[in-house]
Design a protein around this ligand. Structure first.
Ligand code: HEC
Length: 417
């Protein structure tokens, strides 16, 4: 009996040999890091070779252990999402052991082929490509720059947008982008005075325009889904809101957006904005709670959620309270970071029956202890779209069998508000 136990222990020891770069670490990094950590991408250095990786082993071990990298803010167990960027406990342990054991390279034969990435448009050649009118200059340092560029579509007829791909020109300075469709003509007016076709904007475009797409590091553009399209009326102007982060050297950017058109939609989509403007946070208040809720007037399928706040927000929770009283968590972000905005798509649409109440609860820390607080010492923070203001909302994207169902849902929702 004793011999057997010893043998088993010995065998287990042999399996848990020191992990090597070629066999254990390269596959993890190729799959989870290389999308951003390769030349021309958003991350500040590449992680494609043994040399690149080994010299940063200690830092890699510590940022992965703290789950700072890969960046993914949604807490596991609160909503099941697609394209989750999260290492398994086993992968984390392998990285720790490899770093602690002198970063052995291992046997060259074990090394997987480096990943292949498509350059250019990920969804294929767009039907229409729009580029911001002129190169935009981003200074080497100083505060982040938020610019809204207005691009008239000059459509001859209404068009049906099935997919949209934003292509950042200079990925070292473009932090993220949101694309809005404006039919009010107000964005165009705001931009009229400036030669670059843009105006300064933070948070939103500052005009009543609908969100039609966006881009953040690591987000793969969504392929068209059969039956769905956003209708763009004839007079639509696109507003590209780009958040630039000075990268240490003066930079220029001229980003583009590719549009894919198709047939009129046969299925319905509805974007619901859940949130509150009831924000007034005293300086030093480390626990300000914002609540908002919305009753669903009909059965609906939730396909995605995009939480949004600014710098002093800490914790974001959105739950669905079903008519039977049970709670279904939709998302929980415990350590919100304005720099990692994410659009989260559910692995399977969440079916929510009529009478479900969606509840939002966001917590803000406006004290000195919050390292992300832009003000030192803290100042009073109120609702608004400036960097120094706060917001608290979630975009909820619902799917319906037909466009008429989506319209009826939207009407019932506003009637009940
Ligand atoms: C979605 C894009 C993205 C992915 C995926 C990603 N990173 Fe990063 N990484 C960044 C960016 C951007 C930075 C620069 C710092 C920042 O903006 O947060 C960074 C910074 C780092 C740093 C430097 C941190 C510091 O404190 O200086 C390390 C180390 C790192 N990443 C390792 C990894 C590893 C290991 C993985 C995969 C397990 C990974 N990253 C996945 C985008 C990414």
């Amino acid at each position: 009996m004793k011999t057997l136990a010893l043998l088993v222990a010995f065998a287990a020891g042999a399996i848990a040999a020191t992990p090597t770069y070629n066999k254990d670490i390269a596959p993890i990094l190729y799959q989870n890091c290389a999308g951003c950590h390769r030349p021309g991408e958003v991350a500040p250095f590449s992680l494609l070779t043994y040399q690149d990786t080994a010299k940063r082993a200690a830092l890699i071990a510590s940022v992965t252990k703290a789950r700072v990298m890969p960046p993914w803010k949604a807490e596991p167990g609160y909503g099941e999402f697609r394209d989750v960027r999260r290492l398994t406990d086993e992968q984390l342990a392998l990285i720790q052991q490899w770093a602690a054991n002198g970063t052995p390279e291992g046997n060259a034969a074990d090394k997987p082929a480096p990943p292949k990435f498509t350059d250019g448009w990920q969804l294929g050649q767009p039907d229409r490509t729009l580029t911001i009118p002129a190169k935009f200059a981003v200074p080497a340092d100083g505060p982040d720059v938020y610019r809204c560029f207005v691009i008239p579509l000059n459509l001859e007829n209404a068009a049906y947008l099935t997919a949209l791909e934003f292509r950042a020109d200079n990925r070292r300075t473009v932090h993220h982008a949101l694309v809005f469709a404006d039919i009010s003509g107000l964005a165009r007016k705001k931009a009229a005075a400036s030669p670059d076709g843009g105006y300064t904007c933070f948070g939103g475009p500052g005009v009543p325009a609908g969100l039609v797409g966006g881009w953040a590091p690591g987000i793969t553009p969504r392929k068209p889904i059969a039956g769905y399209a956003a209708t763009l009326p004839k007079n639509t102007d696109l507003v590209l809101q780009i958040h630039y982060h000075p990268s240490g050297t003066a930079a220029q950017d001229q980003s583009s957006v590719g549009l894919f058109f198709g047939d009129a939609p046969t299925k319905g989509r509805s974007l619901v904005l859940l949130g509150s403007q009831d924000i007034d946070i005293a300086p030093g208040d480390a626990h300000f709670v914002l609540r908002a809720s919305q009753m669903l007037p009909a059965d609906a399928e939730l396909v995605g959620i995009t939480p949004h706040a600014h710098y002093v927000c800490k914790d974001m929770k959105v739950n669905a309270i079903l008519p039977d009283g049970s709670t279904r968590p939709l998302i929980w972000i415990k350590d919100w970071d304005f720099n990692w905005q994410g659009a989260y798509t559910y692995a399977d649409p969440v079916k929510l029956p009529k009478g479900t109440r969606i509840e939002l609860e966001y917590t803000y820390d406006n004290s000195d202890k919050n390292p992300r607080n832009p003000a030192h010492p803290p100042v009073r923070v109120t609702y608004g779209e400036q960097t120094t203001n706060e917001m608290g909302l979630a975009f909820l994207s619902f799917a319906f069998p037909t466009p008429a169902d989506a319209t009826a849902f939207q009407r019932a929702l506003y009637a009940a508000r």
